[in-house]
Design a protein around this ligand. Structure first.
Ligand code: ATP
Ligand code: ZN
Length: 225
């Protein structure tokens, strides 16, 4: 089988989704060897290779057809979809299935002691986030005008630095918020890991492997339930 007929799957290189995603592929029966540069894994018993990248790059790699599949959080997928839309580009990736890990929520959090009734409490305020498009939609749908401060990380320290009044960030247990004297006020979006695929027609052989893989994932997830 030549190289182009092997499925290329993008996974997060190092982070919250990495271990679960590799574990999922292993449970689907994939045996792989890791490349010397640690950037790829090569399937030994399936025509499937894994490319390790930053999670934020995964939708783009699938969009550009560099990878056939990608595993990434719904939060990243939705943010990318909206950012493409605002630039007038149609998103060329489709959500194939959601997975049972990476569960978290994108929430508005407020400094301890700050009053928050509902989204109207955000009116005229500054809100720091790494998800400006999802937050903008949330505000638009509630008819709230507020200033969105886009940060690439460490959003939770923005109120202490005086950069924002509130934040909109990912939360799972809430311990990071507590450590930063913030409390969760409202959920903007629920998230979990999901598989996306390129809608560019792939070969029949690849299509069959995608089908086989998603069937196996379905089976693995049902066993765990
Ligand atoms: P990268 O270096 O790949 O850009 P990152 O710092 O953006 O990594 P992680 O913190 O590893 O990403 O989170 C990856 C994904 O895990 C998130 O986009 C989200 O879908 C999911 N996730 C689950 N729980 C949490 C949480 N408590 N905080 C952040 N992300 C979470
Ligand atoms: Zn990231």
């Amino acid at each position: 089988m030549d190289k182009s007929s092997r499925l290329k799957v993008a996974l997060q290189k190092s982070g919250r989704l990495t271990e679960n995603s590799l574990d999922l592929l292993a449970r689907c029966g994939l045996k792989y060897s890791r490349g010397k540069d640690q950037l790829m894994c090569y399937g030994e018993n399936m025509p499937l290779d894994v490319l390790f990248v930053r999670d934020d790059d995964i939708p783009d790699l699938v969009q550009q057809d560099v990878c056939d599949l990608g595993i990434v959080g719904l939060n990243v997928i939705e943010e990318k979809r909206l950012s493409f839309q605002t630039r007038g580009v149609s998103p060329l990736f489709e959500q194939v299935m959601v997975l049972d890990y990476g569960k978290c929520r994108l929430s508005i959090a407020v400094p301890d002691g700050t009053e928050y009734k509902d989204a109207s409490s955000l009116r005229g305020k500054r809100i720091a986030t790494t998800y400006p498009n999802i937050l903008a939609r949330f505000l638009r749908e509630r008819d709230v005008q507020a200033e969105v401060v886009t940060m690439s990380g460490a959003v939770e320290i923005a109120p202490r630095l005086g950069r924002a009044d509130f934040i909109c960030d990912l939360v799972s247990t809430g311990s990071t918020l507590i450590a930063n004297h913030l409390s969760e006020a409202e959920t903007v979006m629920e998230s979990q890991a999901a598989i996306i695929s390129t809608p560019v027609p792939v070969t029949m052989e690849k299509q069959e492997w995608i089908h086989r893989l998603t069937m196996r994932i379905d089976g693995v997830q049902q066993v765990k339930e």
